[in-house]
Design a protein around this ligand. Structure first.
Ligand code: ATP
Ligand code: FE
Length: 353
């Protein structure tokens, strides 16, 4: 079973081919990502209109490259899987329309994939995790604890009530004059900082349950910055200390809430603790989560960095999972800007190949 995956929900245009071989052995045959970071750099964030136009321009070449890298033709694939939401509507639409064209032209089935399911199912592609498992999805737009019971069966145990951690990293980077995307910039800067210098808040830590909050943290960084600014400039060490303090606060919150989520997931039979999403690329955050899993005696799984951030291999894999469950989408598939994961049990259209 060989599936072409396409991703265009934010600022990366991506195409990949994943094959499920005998004995359930999954193989990434190609994984092409064309980043738009440079296009958006001078605006300090992703501009949806520019992103959509760039996706339209890049989807074709990314797909050709993915096929060439894999040494395949489109006709060698069994289906086309595409992110159908959630995300920036222009980009998602560009991907869906492109995929519809490909699938129709080549006479292949079409699979609309939930972008979050792509992230959440990645540990099955990389580590072959079995259901159920606990997933902490930490990305640019989301932060959720999910009990993953099946490829289209997700139960949400907790979620952020305001910002996502990736968003908090990006905003903090902006506040401190660091480059976007903020996560890698803040992580690099934090290496030379003192995490204990500023007493930054740990929001919701003393509230029961596994909901999270991050917007107060970013506001606290803003306040500290304003107090430190002299002549409109921030001293290098001050900036590093703020980054280290901010990152340590996120680590603490994610670690403690993970302990609670593990307790809940365990009772439901979860056999592993996995993370995914762009923020899972952060070294100290990963290390903190590994410790929590160790304490709990649960196997830990985190995708390699390139499969943490947006990519199409995860979409192709989620497509394989949907295909195996017998899902096929209508050639008239549409984009869904909002698509909560616990509603991923999309109506079945057709009865399978
Ligand atoms: P979503 O998946 O929720 O729709 P997204 O696709 O924009 O959002 P991802 O591509 O999964 O999110 O992740 C991007 C986010 O990850 C950005 O906010 C970025 O700052 C953050 N990120 C990337 N690398 C790191 C890092 N090393 N440390 C912290 N955050 C990081
Ligand atoms: Fe993502």
């Amino acid at each position: 079973l060989t599936i072409l995956g396409l991703e265009s929900s934010c600022d990366d245009t991506a195409a990949a081919i994943v094959r499920l071989g005998p004995e359930e052995c999954a193989q990434i045959l190609s994984n092409v990502v064309s980043s738009q970071t440079d296009l958006h750099a001078r605006f300090g964030g992703v501009v949806p209109e520019i992103a959509a136009r760039a996706h339209v321009e890049k989807l074709d070449l990314c797909t050709e490259t993915a096929l060439a890298d894999a040494g395949l033709r489109l006709a060698d694939c069994d289906a086309v899987a595409v992110t159908a939401g959630p995300g920036l509507i222009g980009g998602v639409l560009a991907g869906v329309m492109f995929a519809r064209g490909l699938a129709t032209a080549a006479g292949l089935p079409l699979l609309g994939v939930n972008h979050l399911a792509g992230h959440a199912l990645t540990p099955r592609l990389t580590d072959g995790l079995g259901f159920p498992y606990l997933m902490l999805l930490v990305s640019g737009g989301h932060c959720q604890f999910l009990l993953v019971r099946g490829a289209d069966d997700f139960m949400r145990l907790g979620t952020t009530i305001d910002d996502a951690p990736g968003e908090a990293f990006d905003k903090t980077a902006r506040i401190l004059g660091l480059a976007q995307p903020g996560g890698p910039s803040v992580e690099a800067e934090a290496r030379s900082g003192d995490p204990g210098r500023f007493a930054l808040p740990r929001p919701l830590l003393n509230r029961p349950g596994c909901d999270l909050s991050f917007s107060g943290l970013k506001t606290a960084v803003l306040r500290e910055r304003d107090a430190l600014m002299r002549d409109g400039a921030l001293a290098r060490q001050d900036r590093a200390d703020l980054c280290a303090g901010f990152q340590a606060a996120i680590c603490d919150v994610l670690a403690e809430k993970s302990r609670r989520a593990i307790a809940l997931a365990r009772d439901a039979g979860a056999g592993a603790f996995a993370v995914a999403g762009g923020v899972a690329a952060n070294g100290p955050i990963r290390a903190a989560l590994v410790r929590v899993a160790d304490e709990a005696g649960l196997p830990f799984s985190a995708p390699p960095l390139a499969l943490c951030t947006d990519n199409a291999a995860m979409i192709a894999w989620a497509g394989i999972e949907r295909f195996r469950l017998g899902h096929r989408d209508d050639p008239g598939l549409t984009a869904r800007p909002r698509w909560p994961l616990d509603a991923t049990q999309a109506p079945r259209i057709g009865s399978g190949k």
